[in-house]
Design a protein. Structure first.
Length: 114
């Protein structure tokens, strides 16, 4: 059983920055991880992902503003978010594929005020 715990959310003004963290209870070495978000009344969507080989990809809506990275020593995946917009307001979830199974955290809420 793997646990993922997100942190770092909060209230920020438009144009501001936040860094989200996702701490895993096990090693994330060569594990594909992703950040998703879900706004009220909307479907969960992929924001950013990092493959087992550390290639990254992003939703078009966040390209150039968000960066996903991992720290293997800390078993933590980060999402650095800059130039935040009100439309980035959502609960952000971390996802990881461990031993052929998807694990999710409970999410962290990001609110961007205009």
């Amino acid at each position: 059983q793997v646990q993922l715990v997100e942190s770092g959310g909060g209230l920020v003004q438009a144009g501001g920055s936040l860094r989200l963290s996702c701490a895993a209870s096990g090693t994330i070495f060569r594990i594909a991880m992703g950040w998703y978000r879900q706004a009220p009344g909307k479907q969960r969507e992929l924001v950013a992902a990092i493959t087992s080989g550390d290639r990254t990809n992003y939703a078009d809506s966040v390209k150039g503003r968000f960066i996903i990275s991992r720290d293997g020593a800390k078993n933590t995946v980060y999402l650095q978010m800059s130039s935040l917009k009100p439309e980035d307001t959502a609960r952000y979830y971390c996802d990881g594929g461990f031993n052929g199974r998807d694990y999710w955290g409970k999410g962290t809420l990001v609110t961007v005020s205009s």
